[in-house]
Design a protein around this ligand. Structure first.
Ligand SMILES: CC(C)(COP(=O)(O)OP(=O)(O)OC[C@H]1O[C@@H](n2cnc3c(N)ncnc32)[C@H](O)[C@@H]1OP(=O)(O)O)[C@@H](O)C(=O)NCCC(=O)NCCS
Length: 190
């Protein structure tokens, strides 16, 4: 398994994975194991790759089997949910600091091909993404829909990411989570 930053050539493979597990296109069979809600256009993928160096992928024998996004709040401000989170940052204290767009970035969504779930891909992909951002930011912030229990368990129990605040947006209940970027990911073999 190879972990690396995506290039624009990887966009079609990442888009295919996104489509399979996006809330609007996922099959009823796959839905109970979680879904992603943020939808990226090809231009948004390109900017994530070129302007943010923020698209980490897991590649098995040439096939993209997982991706994890990470970017500055400036990048995410195109989506209403993230604008809401940006407004909320100063109300959250983590590691003794008030969160801001300068001391934190947003990680996620992450998506792993069904055949590779329950393996080291989760901790290793997260660890690769963490290493690619750790020199830029001391704190990672993310959010999880409360109706995605698999993702919650994966992030809170396995990756040891802290829940910092519940919040409601557009009638959906979420948790905001945060992580100390100096800590190596639990369970990672990288
Ligand atoms: C979220 C995701 C990245 C997690 O990676 P993963 O490899 O599946 O995670 P793991 O299997 O190691 O850990 C998930 C845990 O939840 C458990 N679980 C599975 N289904 C569950 C459910 N419906 N409710 C609660 N826990 C559940 C698993 O058994 C596992 O725990 P265990 O290892 O103690 O048995 C992956 O499931 C995924 O890509 N899902 C689709 C997209 C998605 O939801 N992305 C996250 C958006 S925030």
């Amino acid at each position: 398994m190879q972990y690396r930053l995506a290039t624009v050539e990887d966009i079609p493979a990442v888009e295919a994975l996104q489509k399979r597990y996006h809330v609007s296109t996922i099959s009823d069979e796959d839905r109970p194991d979680g879904f992603v809600t943020t939808l990226f256009t090809p231009e948004q993928f390109q900017s994530l790759i070129e302007d943010e160096q923020g698209l980490s992928i897991a590649v098995d024998e040439g096939k993209v089997v997982g991706y994890a996004m990470a970017a500055s709040w400036d990048y995410w401000s195109a989506w209403p949910l993230f604008r809401h989170m940006i407004g909320d940052l100063p109300t959250i204290e983590y590691l003794g600091e008030k969160l801001s767009t300068e001391n934190s970035y947003q990680y996620g969504p992450i998506c792993i091909d069904k055949a590779y779930r329950g393996t080291k891909v989760l901790p290793n992909l997260f660890e690769f993404s963490r290493r690619s951002m750790m020199d830029r930011y001391p704190i990672m912030v993310t959010f999880i829909n409360q109706i995605n229990p698999r993702s919650l368990k994966a992030h809170v129990d396995k990756l040891k990411i802290d829940i910092v605040k519940p919040f409601v947006f557009n009638n959906n209940n979420y948790y905001a989570l945060a992580y100390d970027m100096t800590v190596k990911t639990a369970g990672s073999t990288l």
